[in-house]
Design a binder for this molecule. Structure first.
Ligand code: PLP
Length: 396
């Protein structure tokens, strides 16, 4: 006898994983260079050289008992201070170490916040489509609900009228993921300003805080000088969840944090509840070695040249063939309209006829579109272009 909810999560299929597994099998049949796998969002650029240098330096110089030992539950004070200083330097914020709680990546950061804010089975987390499918797991973890703002399928900004209408007395938070997975779109300053206005109004109407949970693992992955608004500058009741999984290409190292600014409503209670929730899921004192690494590398900028080349090549080629593509200003995803209107069918046909693996948008709460993860080799993209061309032509 096991918990049926968790049994369900453990056994439910994942279209992304299934596509990835299919690609590995097909590679054995047709050769690796004939499989065009755009399924996974696994960074394809190496971590900055400073990361490896720091790991080597720490291993050589530090006491290994300490380096592989536990830290305090919220993480090292020095690590949290380095992060706070970096936030102060980059944004208009007075971030302090005491407002930062280290986690084992962004996923546990989000789950800890979800648990901290779920007060009853009526608690609602409003998510904006298209959104990361794991939100359905994260934000219902303690019995709360996910409510959905349907996608703005024109520009993939945010459907503000619907957002406003869906905030109700049970809404505890609105989740904003910027830059966005899966669309690759960056929500503009105008969008964020309007959301802040709506939410201030709704807080006054319902008489309790309604938080923004800013999910920001892609914060530094932007192209062409586009600005990603730092939401605490626009809305006081913002809780930031971050990781270095994408920005420093360290997804396997499992390191991130929750930032609960002092100006946030009930800040002390929220921070303490996040700490308590992290304790329940065992996401406390993340790896000491990696905390020390991010402490020294927090100011490193990712080298985005390879992603940018991939983005430009794919965007320009697909647009030239006649695909409609959302403006890809951030992350490493391209969001494409299925030419036949049915992304599941498109994905299946592309897989079977061309070994071209694209993720249908249905799981992102946005059918009719598909996602391409362009954290792949530029050569694979070039080799895959005839398949994209053949696919769109097959619908004409
Ligand atoms: N949020 C979004 C939007 C993501 O795309 C991901 C990972 O792909 C996460 C959170 C989780 O990040 P992490 O791997 O740091 O747990």
């Amino acid at each position: 006898m096991v918990n049926q909810k968790y049994y369900g999560y453990g056994t439910s299929p994942s279209i992304i994983r299934d596509l990835f597994a299919y690609g590995l099998e097909q590679a054995k049949v047709v050769g690796k260079d004939k499989v065009y796998d755009y399924s996974l969002g696994n960074p394809s650029i190496p971590a900055p050289a400073k990361v490896e240098e720091t790991i080597k330096k720490l291993l050589a110089e530090e006491d290994s008992i300490v380096l592989h030992g536990y830290s305090m539950a919220p993480g090292f004070e020095s690590t949290r201070e380095a992060i706070a200083a970096n936030l102060r330097e980059r944004f208009s914020t007075n971030a302090q170490a005491s407002e930062i709680f280290m986690t084992c990546g962004c996923a546990p950061a989000l789950v800890s916040v979800a648990k901290a804010l779920t007060v009853s089975e009526d608690s609602e987390f409003l998510c904006v489509a298209p959104y990361f499918p794991e939100y359905n797991v994260f934000f219902t973890c303690d019995g709360g609900k996910v409510a959905v703002v349907s996608a703005d399928t024109e520009g993939f900004q945010i459907n503000l009228a619907e957002l406003e209408s869906k905030i109700n007395a049970n809404t505890v938070a609105v989740v904003i993921n910027n830059p966005n997975n899966p669309s690759g779109v960056v929500y503009t300053e105008e969008t964020i300003t309007k959301i802040a206005e709506i939410m201030k109004k709704k807080e006054a109407e319902f008489g309790h805080p309604i938080y923004i949970i800013a999910d920001e693992p892609y914060r530094e992955l932007v192209y062409g000088g586009v600005k990603v608004p730092f939401i605490p500058e626009y809305y006081d009741d913002t809780i930031v969840c971050y990781s270095w999984s994408k920005s420093l290409s360290l997804p396997g190292e499992r390191i991130g944090y929750v930032y609960v600014p002092t100006k946030c409503a009930d800040t002390k209670e929220v921070y303490a509840a996040v700490a308590g929730a992290a304790r329940e899921i065992g996401s406390v004192c993340p790896p000491t070695l990696i905390q020390r690494v991010v402490e020294e590398c927090v100011g490193c900028d990712p080298d985005l040249v390879a992603y940018d080349e991939n983005r430009t090549l794919l965007y320009e080629s697909l647009t030239e063939y006649g695909y409609t593509v959302a403006k890809p200003d951030g992350a490493f995803y391209l969001w494409v309209k299925a030419p036949n209107g049915d992304a599941k069918e498109f994905s299946n046909k592309a897989k079977l006829e061309h070994n071209l693996l694209v993720v249908p948008g249905d799981g992102f709460a946005c059918p009719g579109f598909f996602r391409l993860s362009y954290c792949v080799s530029n050569k694979m993209i070039r080799n895959s272009l005839p398949a994209f061309k053949a696919m769109i032509e097959s619908y004409k």
